[in-house]
Structure formats: structure tokens, C-alpha cells
Design a protein around this ligand. Structure first.
Ligand SMILES: [Zn+2]
Ligand SMILES: [Zn+2]
Ligand SMILES: [Zn+2]
Length: 338
């Protein structure tokens, strides 16, 4: 059966299909044992939150072990680097690109919600990157912009205007693109990006990244796959060398690691922050492959509320159905006793 998802180079074990009433689904084409790695995905684009911009390298996304990196992009001061190699890779790509200019203006944009700003940063990176490395998966992602409540749209108003003006001035837009298209991308990022966590502080989200094929996996509260991000700690375990961190010596000669951590914007990155999607149990052929978008330890009502609020769908997974049926039954019994 021919379908439009073939262009995405997925492994033979996975197929993507559009199921009436369920939308896009990732399906196992064969029996897959538990603990099988289905996909390894490099981030397509990353955006580091302003308050952590000095802690994470903008190119290889490694974290400073103790304090802040000092190497940074001299034209915008919005991106920091672990090493001269990462800085040079970034600078080479961004020379005369207009990207620095937009990031600098975005950072100083007043009266804008911090969250909007962090998503807007990714929007800028994607528009910039699209010019040299477009990915059809970005277009295929689902946007919920049409369902955003009016107050959320209002929060975005200034950023929307700003991005529209900047992209138009930089000549980054396709001929038929409107400011609404920019907002659709913002919505896609909100629903499809994954958090980048600080090393050794798994509770601190320091940025966001789009891992494109990973976004094709639907949610289930009884998920049969899980995602895992590699960090420096895992790399150390694997005995793969990582670049020596810059500890305040901007004049250090370029590290010989340039080939391991090439430019994030034109080539795949190194292993750091790579995402693995693994099966957590045996999966049968034709079974949907699912991950969880939320903490599955939460009770059914909270799970459904979070999914509706952040991902715009009512979870109808088997586990939700069973748990809410049990809940309804016990409520009924309680009211009978009264
Ligand atoms: Zn780096
Ligand atoms: Zn810059
Ligand atoms: Zn559910």
C-alpha cells in the first residue's frame, strides 16, 4: 500500500497510517520483543530557554558541569558554546544570515510571556534552518492553533506581529505564507517538542527540541514504548569521548572534536541528546506503537485533564476507559448506600 509517509525513511518495523477516527498512527509491522530500540533520532532543532542559555551549548547541547560557558556568539549574545569548535561551526552557518539580528531583538522584546519567547526562539531557528535543510515532517506535524483559547492567542499577539515583520524583512517566508502559518508552527512546537533537561537535575527543563520522527508516536496511558535522551553521563558510561568543556579560555585552539559535533544546522549531531525510542514490552504485529506524553502515575481524571489542556485531545485509551468505568461504578455504589 503506498502512502505519503514513505518519504520519511522509517525502519521496516514501523509503518505510519491514517486511521479514520484516530488520525495518524505508528503501527508495528511485525512482532517486536520488549526492549528493542525502534528509532534513534537526532534533534532537528533545539531552543534553549533564556535563563539557561549560558548553561547549555547551542550546538552540541552539552551542559556546563558547574557554571556558565563564556564563549558566545558575538553578534547576538543569545547563544553560548562549550568549545571553540562548536562556536566556529555555529558562526560559519550564521554568518550574514539575519538570524542573530532576530534573536537579539526577540530577547529584548518587552511585555512578552517567557514561555512564548522560548517557543518563538524555536520558531526562528526552524524558519532559519528551513532555508537550507527543510524537513517535510515539520509540515506533517499537527497544529492545534485553531483550538487555542482567545486569551492564549492574545498572549501571543506581540510575538506574532514581531515574527511576521522580521521574517518578511529577512525574506524568509514562502510567497503564500501568512502570520497565521507562523502561529501554526508555534502550536506544532508546543504539542510536539520534547524537554531538554539539565544534567543531574532531571526536574529542570532548560530548553526544547523537536525530534521529528518521535512526534509521529501517539499517546497511550498504557504505552508500549518509551523515549530516552542520551546525555553526557550516558556517553561517559559508553566511553565515548566528549569535547573538553570550556572553562573560561576563549583563546583555546579548536578542539579536534569538530567532526564528532558538527554543525547542528547542516549535519546530524553527535550522540549527545540523541533520542532513543524503545519498546517496553513485547508488541504484536499491527499493534499501535505508543509513548506517554504525561506522567502515567497520575490518576485518570488528572491525566485526561492534562492531555486535553496541553495536547487538545480526550484520551480514549483502554486504560482510561477501564479506570473511569471503575470510578463511575464505585460512585454509583456509594450513592446507592446513601
Ligand atoms: Zn558544544
Ligand atoms: Zn548570534
Ligand atoms: Zn488514557
Amino acid at each position: 500500500m503506498s502512502n505519503k509517509w514513505h518519504q520519511f525513511n522509517l525502519p521496516d518495523t514501523i509503518r505510519i497510517q491514517s486511521t479514520p477516527g484516530k488520525g495518524r498512527e505508528c503501527i508495528a509491522t511485525q512482532t517486536i520483543p520488549a526492549n528493542t530500540t525502534l528509532l534513534t533520532v537526532l534533534p532537528y532543532v533545539t531552543g534553549i530557554f533564556d535563563n539557561n542559555k549560558k548553561r547549555l551549548c547551542a550546538v552540541c547541547v552539552c551542559t556546563h558541569p558547574t557554571k556558565c560557558f563564556s564563549l558566545h556568539c558575538a553578534s547576538c549574545d543569545q547563544v553560548y558554546f562549550c568549545s571553540a569548535a562548536c562556536r566556529d561551526a555555529y558562526t560559519q552557518d550564521h554568518r550574514d544570515s539575519g538570524c542573530c539580528d532576530i534573536l537579539r531583538k526577540l530577547a529584548s522584546l518587552k511585555k512578552v510571556d517567557r514561555h512564548c519567547k522560548s517557543v518563538a526562539k524555536l520558531v526562528v531557528m526552524i524558519y532559519w534552518q528551513r532555508r537550507t535543510r527543510p524537513d517535510p515532517l515539520v509540515d506533517a506535524l499537527e497544529s492545534h492553533y485553531d483550538h487555542w483559547p482567545a486569551d492564549v492567542k492574545l498572549d501571543w499577539h506581540r510575538v506574532r506581529q514581531f515574527l511576521w515583520q522580521q521574517f518578511r524583512a529577512a525574506d524568509w517566508l514562502r510567497p503564500d505564507e501568512t502570520d497565521t502559518d507562523i502561529m501554526h508552527l508555534a502550536s506544532k512546537i508546543e504539542s510536539n517538542s520534547f524537554g531538554l533537561y539539565l544534567e543531574r537535575r532531571a526536574d529542570v527543563v532548560a530548553g526544547r527540541a523537536l525530534y521529528l520522527p518521535a512526534s509521529m508516536f501517539n499517546h497511550d496511558c498504557d504505552n508500549n514504548c518509551e523515549v530516552e535522551q542520551w546525555t553526557e553521563e550516558d556517553l561517559e558510561d559508553e566511553q565515548v569521548s566528549i569535547p573538553s568543556h570550556d572553562l573560561g579560555h576563549p583563546t583555546d585552539p579548536p578542539q579536534p572534536m569538530a567532526t564528532m559535533y558538527p554543525s547542528v544546522f547542516t549535519q546530524p549531531r553527535g550522540k549527545n541528546r540523541q533520542m532513543f525510542i524503545k519498546t517496553t514490552r513485547d508488541v504484536q504485529a499491527n499493534e499501535p506503537l505508543t509513548i506517554s506524553y504525561i506522567d502515567t502515575q497520575l490518576p485518570v481524571a488528572t491525566r485526561r485533564q492534562l492531555l486535553a489542556q496541553d495536547y487538545y485531545f480526550a484520551c480514549t485509551c483502554l486504560r482510561c476507559a477501564m479506570e473511569s468505568a471503575t470510578l463511575a461504578k464505585s460512585k454509583k455504589q456509594k450513592s446507592k448506600k446513601k
